[in-house]
Design a protein around this ligand. Structure first.
Ligand SMILES: Cc1cc2nc3c(=O)[nH]c(=O)nc-3n(C[C@H](O)[C@H](O)[C@H](O)COP(=O)(O)OP(=O)(O)OC[C@H]3O[C@@H](n4cnc5c(N)ncnc54)[C@H](O)[C@@H]3O)c2cc1C
Ligand code: SF4
Length: 362
């Protein structure tokens, strides 16, 4: 019988980090992903294809253009192209009501958006953490830069960030690999700007792309179309980084093609006891549940989850540090639903009728 101590929903940047942290802390972990599996290297099907081998010459696909018929929302983003549209969700298969304009860009595969993200990673400073307090908007952040700085470092050391150290208080330095070299045009702009405005800086982007080897991943060879996948693992993705780390523990099981329909909440116990999962291939609905058998294990797992939250979000430029927190509903953000213990024996072909606590797929 296979049992799990933790269940992670989603396999994007957050889910990958959760799986890595939980498995490295000793928990047998099940990662459930609604989309198909994407195997590192093998499934980067357009990676080295020249544009003349693509029917639309790797056109940028915008709303209403040929090739974007099934992606009216995804086509709103500038990164949506012929060569990487298989890493975006089909809007026609995943419609939602858009009362107000809301462009929901979604990956729909193992790796989630980690395969298509822009890889720009900047630390927030106290200017950012205190800005809304000074302006009188929203709720004050419950932490400051000093609280989160060690976690930025923890993440950066693992994902590999290249960039230039500048010593600027408004843009704190990180654990950088050497920066990429600017090209001739960029150097010209830098020289011109810094001559005209001596207090300003032009610097190369701080990116989760390697300039030195790291954990079996190779430095970037500047081929260009990162959004098609990267066989050398030079940019950070679930496939290149967190998934192999989690798998190396031999405590991870990945379950693709499985949508978590809902979280099962036991009001009497005031805790989540499992998840309902729809198999996207067979369309069967199953329940994965577990029993709490050890308070100590539960406490340890909870600690692992909350720690991971910080680590998973402790950086990012366009993403706010809070944007990837554990969800409480089965939506895009990944979440850790099991804070504990003996979980469900998984038998995908079981199809048994009912699941009781501590049992399994139903
Ligand atoms: C084009 C683009 C460029 C970006 N550039 C940057 C950048 O430069 N810097 C930066 O910091 N951020 C950037 N971002 C944002 C960043 O990519 C996201 O914030 C981050 O990838 C979110 O990670 P996640 O794991 O929370 O979500 P996702 O990557 O969306 O992962 C969620 C996963 O959960 C799965 N899932 C969802 N619901 C369910 C369910 N019910 N059951 C099972 N599985 C489910 C999905 O299929 C998906 O695989 C960019 C985003 C896009 C789209
Ligand atoms: S990270 Fe570098 S090596 Fe990888 S796809 Fe992008 S440009 Fe190519």
């Amino acid at each position: 019988m296979i049992t799990y101590d933790a269940i992670v929903v989603g396999s994007g940047i957050t889910g990958g980090w959760a799986a890595k942290e939980l498995t490295e802390k000793g928990l047998r972990t099940l990662m459930i992903e609604r989309g198909r599996d994407v195997v590192h290297r093998k499934d980067y099907i357009t990676e080295h294809k020249p544009s003349w081998d693509l029917p639309l010459r790797d056109a940028r696909l915008s709303v209403g253009t040929k090739g974007a018929e099934e992606y009216p929302i995804q086509a709103r983003t500038g990164q949506f192209r012929e060569a990487n549209k298989h890493f975006f969700i089909k809007d026609t298969k995943s419609p939602y009501i858009e009362d107000k304009p809301f462009t929901w860009i979604q990956g729909d595969q193992v790796g989630g958006k980690s395969l298509i993200w822009g890889r720009q990673v900047y630390r927030w400073s106290d200017l950012d953490f205190e800005a809304n307090l000074r302006d009188g908007h929203g709720v004050d952040w419950p932490l400051r830069y000093a609280d989160i700085a060690p976690w930025y470092s923890y993440v950066e050391r693992f994902i590999g960030v290249s960039g230039e150290k500048l010593g600027l208080p408004q843009l704190p330095d990180g654990e950088f690999q050497p920066p990429m070299e600017m090209n001739a045009g960029e150097k010209l702009v830098k020289t011109g700007v810094e001559r005209a405005f001596p207090d300003r800086h032009v610097t190369i982007g701080r990116v989760a792309i390697l300039t030195q080897p790291l954990n079996g991943r190779l430095p970037c060879h500047y081929c260009g179309p990162c959004e098609r996948g990267c066989s050398t693992g030079s940019y950070f993705s679930t496939q290149a980084s967190t998934l192999p780390a989690a798998q190396a523990t031999r405590r991870l099981t990945v379950l693709p093609n499985s949508i978590v329909h809902s979280v099962i909440y036991d009001a009497g116990k005031n805790r989540v006891t499992g998840v309902r999962v729809v198999d996207t291939v067979t369309k069967q609905t199953r329940t994965i549940s577990w029993t709490i058998t050890s308070w100590r294990a539960r406490a340890e797992a909870s600690r692992a989850c909350s720690t991971t939250t910080t680590r998973a979000t402790g950086r990012t430029g366009s993403t706010s540090p809070a944007s990837a927190t554990w969800g409480t509903t089965p939506r895009a953000a990944s979440m850790c639903v099991a804070s504990a213990t003996r979980a469900a024996p998984v038998a995908r072909d079981g199809g048994a009728a009912a699941a009781s606590a501590g049992s399994a797929w139903s």
